[in-house]
Structure formats: structure tokens, C-alpha cells
Ligand binder design. Structure first.
Ligand code: F7E
Length: 332
């Protein structure tokens, strides 16, 4: 039986990846930070599976990462642990550096010292491209990185460190340059979920919500896919013969305004303009204006492609959040 470690198991991607690996017959250990409030709520499908175990630790704590990787002797180590909110990274640049950059360095160093046969996946990001776009309007593996936030700078540093450890020490390590990926398990302060949660609450309140939805920049473009499709790409990347870094995305882009418009339409033909307000608090000091993947390499070489469309994603998130809000209303 293959044995995998997932750092960042309590997040959106960690929960979907746990389900995927357990379905494939893996033994899965998930790293979780100690917390006084419940953080396992996304793991409802796996928490009582006998092949799944939570281990306490922190990616930024060198001692715990060294010990866990030495003790575990895993076949595959996935580092998805991150402070992943781009806007917040402007307010907490040191936290991002410790978690997103030094955290990955801890993992690489632990594998090099204690478990070199591990295959290792690091969660890179399309934010690494920042303002950089190919002449054809897409971003692929050849597009130069030009990060526009503390989050993206730390991710680029970690991605480069993966390459350096691979080329210097022969580690079987790669990173995925993943474009935005969402789901009903997305954190509530990311754009998509913030919008769908609001729509759910609006409908559950019979349109009596006192506050409007406060948003920032509606004019940026994102390539939004479904997290379930994207964790499959992570796993596929570790099944190939050689460690190769791939761009993963849907190859289609939509503006924030378009996402908001569609979501309100799915919520019963609502006109978003009646319900939103632009609040400068949510406008970032520096924005990534346009992201659109050219993921032809992973499609060609590994046969990956997304199965869930943008419309299905929006529909699933809105339907889910209407149900959640109605349940909350009953409970109250
Ligand atoms: O913003 C705009 C915002 O925070 C999307 C992370 O997973 O994907 C994600 O990063 C867009 C931006 O995601 C609000 O300015 C407008 O242009 O949902 P987001 P992100 O910044 O694209 C990449 C690939 C990652 O790696 C990251 O970890 O929406 N926007 N108004 C807003 N965004 C938020 N959060 N809140 C607003 O009120």
C-alpha cells in the first residue's frame, strides 16, 4: 500500500486530495496545526477511515517536519500548507514567508536528510506570473514569473527552491502552477465563496439582509476551475517517470464581474448590481490583472483535463450555499 503525507490537510485541496488517495487505496497521514477551535470540518468523508490519520505539527516548525518525515518514510509527500489569501499577505508578509517559503524549505530539507526516495509535490501558483502574459494572451510553463504580492514572491521562492533541490540533490520533487480552483469547500474570504455565501444568506433571509455585499476590484480576470479536478492533477504529476512542473488550468478566463453576475443569476435570476457595493478595503495595493492558463503540456503528456465546467462550478457553489444558509436559518 502506498503511504502519503498531506501537509495542509484541513484546507479545501487537502480534503479533496485525501478522498482521492484513500479511494486509490493509499494510507494517508494529514498534518494539522494545533488549534483551540475545530478545523477538521472539511474532512467529514475521511475522518473515520481506518487508513486516514491526523498528525499534529506545523510546516513552519522545522523540528516537527523533520521528525514526521523521518518517522513516516512516505512514498509521496504533498505540501499544500499555506497562508493562501493574496490580499492578507500584504498585511502579514512575515507570516507568509515563514509558512509558504520557509515551510517548503523545511519539507525539502527533511526529505533530503531523512527520506530521499519520497516523491514530493509542492503547491505552486499562477499568482507567480503576476503581470506576465505571453503574446498569445495565455500563461504556460515558459511564461516568466513576475509576482505582484508577498504571497506570490514567497511561492516563487519556494518553487525555485524545489527546482534547486531537484537539480542539486536529485530529489524527486516538482511543483504544479495551479490556476484558481474553487468548490463549496473554499474559504469564505476568497472571492467565489464570499459571493456564493452572500447569495445563500440573501435567499434564506427572504431578501431581508440589511447589508450589501462588499467587494473590491471587479475588473480582474481569473481562470477558475474545480478543486476536485485540480487535486487529480497533483496526484498524476507524482505518477510520472520524471519530476516535471506543469501549469494546471481550464484555459478559459472570466472577469470577477462575470463570476458575480453568473452567481446572482443562478441564485434565481438576481441582478447583482442591486446587491453589491465597492469597498476600497478589498482593493489590493497591487493586483494581478489577468490570468488564463495554457495547460496544453499536462493535457498532452499526462492526459489530464478538467471535467467540471465553469457553469457547473458556479451552480454547485450557489446551490450548496443556499442549502447551508437555509439550514442555518432552521437551526437559529
Ligand atoms: O481573488 C478580486 C481579487 O482572493 C480573486 C488563491 O487561492 O488563487 C487565489 O488567489 C480576484 C482578485 O483569489 C474581492 O482582487 C474583488 O482579483 O478569490 P481571490 P486570488 O487572489 O486570485 C491563486 C491561484 C492562489 O494561489 C491563491 O492562493 O477577485 N476580488 N473583490 C476580491 N477578492 C477577494 N478575496 N475578496 C473580495 O471582496
Amino acid at each position: 500500500m502506498n503511504k502519503a503525507l498531506i501537509l495542509g490537510v484541513t484546507g479545501q485541496d487537502g480534503s479533496y486530495l485525501s478522498e482521492l488517495l484513500l479511494d486509490k487505496g493509499y494510507i494517508v497521514d494529514g498534518l494539522m496545526r494545533r488549534s483551540s477551535v475545530p478545523t477538521c470540518y472539511r474532512l467529514y468523508n475521511v475522518i473515520s477511515n481506518p487508513n486516514f490519520k491526523i498528525i499534529e505539527g506545523d510546516v513552519s516548525d522545522t523540528a516537527s517536519i523533520f521528525r514526521i518525515i523521518d518517522d513516516g518514510q512516505y512514498d509521496e509527500v504533498y505540501n499544500l500548507a499555506a497562508m493562501s489569501h493574496v490580499g492578507s499577505s500584504f498585511f502579514q508578509p512575515y507570516a507568509v514567508a515563514y509558512i509558504d517559503y520557509l515551510g517548503e524549505l523545511n519539507v525539502l530539507e527533511a526529505i533530503r536528510k531523512y527520506s530521499p526516495p519520497n516523491r514530493h509535490y509542492f503547491a505552486g501558483t499562477s499568482e507567480s506570473f503576476g503581470s506576465s502574459i505571453n503574446k498569445d494572451g495565455f500563461q504556460n510553463e515558459l511564461t516568466p514569473f513576475l509576482p505582484n504580492s508577498p504571497y506570490a514572491v514567497c511561492k516563487v521562492a519556494a518553487e525555485m527552491m524545489v527546482r534547486v533541490y531537484r537539480e542539486s540533490y536529485g530529489l524527486w520533487a516538482c511543483y504544479g502552477i495551479l490556476f484558481n480552483h474553487e468548490s463549496p469547500r473554499r474559504g469564505e474570504n476568497f472571492l467565489t465563496r464570499k459571493v456564493t455565501r452572500y447569495i445563500g444568506r440573501l435567499i434564506a433571509s427572504d431578501f431581508q439582509l440589511p447589508e450589501k455585499l462588499q467587494l473590491g476590484n471587479l475588473n480582474s480576470f481569473r481562470d477558475w476551475g474545480h478543486a476536485q479536478d485540480f487535486v487529480r492533477a497533483m496526484w498524476m504529476m507524482l505518477q510520472q517517470d520524471k519530476p516535471i512542473d506543469y501549469v494546471v488550468g481550464t484555459n478559459k478566463t472570466h472577469s470577477v464581474k462575470e463570476f458575480v453576475e453568473r452567481a446572482f443569476q443562478y441564485g434565481g435570476g438576481l441582478d447583482y448590481k442591486e446587491y453589491i457595493e465597492i469597498n476600497p478595503e478589498f482593493i489590493r495595493p497591487l493586483e494581478v490583472p489577468f490570468l488564463c492558463a495554457d495547460s496544453s503540456r499536462i493535457r498532452l503528456e499526462l492526459g489530464w483535463k478538467p471535467e467540471i465546467t465553469f457553469d457547473e462550478l458556479v451552480d454547485e457553489m450557489v446551490s450548496h450555499d443556499i442549502k447551508v444558509a437555509l439550514k442555518e436559518k432552521d437551526y437559529n
